[in-house]
Design a protein around this ligand. Structure first.
Ligand code: MN
Length: 210
């Protein structure tokens, strides 16, 4: 049964970096709407409706030929929106590790260090034209990779495991930051939780999709 999990922290817990009103609308309205529309589409898809959303997105390329294009788009857009926001709330925290820890710390050191990583990731967040996300993923060779994707297109559909993602849809920042996406991305680094990303990395290393 798919449901919207409550945040693991208060709506105002990420203040002043991410404001309470944005968190309320983003979680209770936007995230809820992605889930509602995803569930509605699944009602007519008995083979898919009991799968975890990540699994649906993992199979999305194969499903393209099997489903009508409208249904397929709902799974992509709203399934993606549901899955991605689950990750987004998880990898932020009022008291998290603001810099990489564990294996991710070593891997990011190997890529040139955290400052460079942070700059590259911020650049991806900034250069996403229009709505989308910047992602850090574990690819099929079990290597780290970073890129941006438009809208709710999912790394899972590329068979990559998302470890960290920043939402750069305007709904994620417009109330507080208006057009200043760079200020929002800077603020996001103040609430990111690399302990959660590390946990996702360890899970991703051993995860097998059918
Ligand atoms: Mn969002």
């Amino acid at each position: 049964m798919l449901e919207l999990k409550p945040l693991a922290y208060a709506y105002d817990a990420l203040e002043p970096h991410i404001d309470e009103e944005t968190m309320r609308i983003h979680h209770d309205k936007h995230h809820q709407a992605y889930l509602d529309k995803f569930k509605l589409a699944l009602q007519d898809l008995p083979d898919l409706k009991d799968l975890p959303v990540d699994e649906v997105l993992w199979r999305l390329a194969d499903l393209k030929e099997k489903l009508d294009s409208k249904t397929w788009m709902v799974l992509k857009n709203h399934g993606g929106g549901f899955a991605h926001h689950n990750i987004f709330w998880e990898i932020m925290s009022p008291k998290g590790a603001r810099e990489p820890v564990g294996d991710l710390k070593n891997l990011i050191e190997d890529l040139g260090g955290f400052d460079k990583f942070r700059q590259q990731f911020s650049d991806l967040a900034m250069s996403q034209f229009g709505s989308g996300w910047a992602w850090l993923v574990l690819n099929q060779d079990k290597k780290l990779e970073m890129y941006n994707l438009p809208n709710q297109d999912s790394p899972l559909t590329l068979h990559h495991q998302p470890l960290l993602g920043v939402d750069v849809w305007e709904h994620a920042y417009y109330l507080k930051y208006q057009n200043r996406r760079a200020d929002y991305v800077d603020a996001w680094w103040q609430v990111v939780d690399f302990a959660a990303a590390e946990k996702r990395y360890q899970t991703a290393l051993t995860k097998n999709h059918s």
